[in-house]
Write a protein that binds this ligand. Structure first.
Ligand SMILES: *[C@@H]1O[C@H](CO)[C@@H](O)[C@H](O)[C@H]1NC(C)=O
Ligand SMILES: *[C@@H]1O[C@H](CO)[C@@H](O)[C@H](O)[C@H]1NC(C)=O
Length: 148
């Protein structure tokens, strides 16, 4: 096959992959969360939580102990917070929407969970972020003071 055709196929495959999932970089994620309205003071805790829960992969899906699924970046539990097929659960959200590249709905639901139950809701935060200096390290690295 000629090179032009090969490139076309390669770019096409890459686009399909990025539509389905996105692997954020640490600071890419920190900036995206601030754009989604997260307070910069706590964004280090959110990034740390997400790294621990999903490895910053928007398509991550796991089985949870309560029989629900952990979905997406924040590993939001399908049993309580959303419903498959149509909007439902405590976040009145479609579970499928927590697995795509658009993190707005995930973020809104995660904020609601955090407001009700705190970061301790997330085992990954307990394990990797609570009482650690890592979250503030993230903020300093991704939002250097001199850059405003
Ligand atoms: C962000 O959090 C800090 C520390 O708790 C607080 O002082 C500040 O008012 C918050 N900012 C916004 C925009 O909520
Ligand atoms: C996190 O730790 C707190 C306090 O030790 C505990 O109450 C909570 O259940 C833990 N969260 C998870 C998800 O294990």
């Amino acid at each position: 096959m000629n090179l032009g055709y090969f490139l076309l196929i390669s770019v096409g495959a890459w686009e399909v992959m990025t539509v389905e999932s996105k692997l954020y970089t640490k600071c890419g994620l920190a900036h995206e969360l601030v754009r989604c309205g997260f307070n910069k003071s706590y964004v280090g805790n959110w990034v740390c939580l997400i790294e621990s829960e999903s490895g910053r992969d928007t398509s991550k899906q796991t089985n949870k102990a309560n029989g629900g699924k952990g979905l997406g970046l924040f590993q939001i539990n399908s049993k309580e917070w959303c419903q498959f097929g149509r909007a439902g659960g405590k976040c009145n959200a479609k579970c499928e929407d927590f697995l795509d590249e658009d993190i707005a709905k995930d973020a809104a639901c995660a904020k609601k969970i955090q407001a009700e139950l705190g970061f301790r809701y997330w085992e990954g935060w307990n394990r990797s972020c609570y009482g650690r200096s890592y979250p503030s390290t993230i903020v300093n690295a991704c939002f250097p003071p001199q850059s405003g």
